[in-house]
Design a protein around this ligand. Structure first.
Ligand SMILES: [Zn+2]
Length: 122
């Protein structure tokens, strides 16, 4: 037998993800105690984004018991990278939100923008 092909990695991340989706259902499960949701909009194309920050994995310790989160967001329309830095206090409330190429919006504004975008495409 061909030993090389036997050792070939058949690691399919897509398979794992769809398996987890089946296992845990929708990502918007009502009990998501680790998730912090932020909402932003791209300044170039206006695409609204919902961002989930995981308290356990995404946050790094910051001054005086707070946390810092750094990420480059990419919207799904124009794909422009938007680097962001958010600082949370010890109760996970955002106290500083900086983003380049976009801006943060409220959940209500996000949902209104989503509805508007859906109507636009129909
Ligand atoms: Zn965009």
């Amino acid at each position: 037998m061909d030993a090389v092909s036997q050792r070939r990695h058949t690691n399919s991340r897509g398979g794992t993800v769809s398996f987890l989706r089946r296992l845990f259902g929708q990502p918007e499960a009502p009990r998501d105690e680790r998730g912090i949701y932020l909402y932003a909009v791209c300044d170039r194309c206006g695409q609204p984004l919902r961002i989930r920050v995981d308290r356990q994995y995404d946050l790094n310790p910051h001054d005086e018991g707070g946390y810092i989160w750094q990420k480059t967001l990419v919207d799904s329309r124009c794909f422009r990278p938007m680097p962001t830095v958010v600082i949370f206090d010890r109760n996970y409330h955002p106290i500083s939100m900086e983003i380049e190429g976009g801006h943060y919006i409220s959940q209500e504004a996000y949902e209104a923008a989503e509805r508007a975008a859906t109507h636009e495409e129909e």
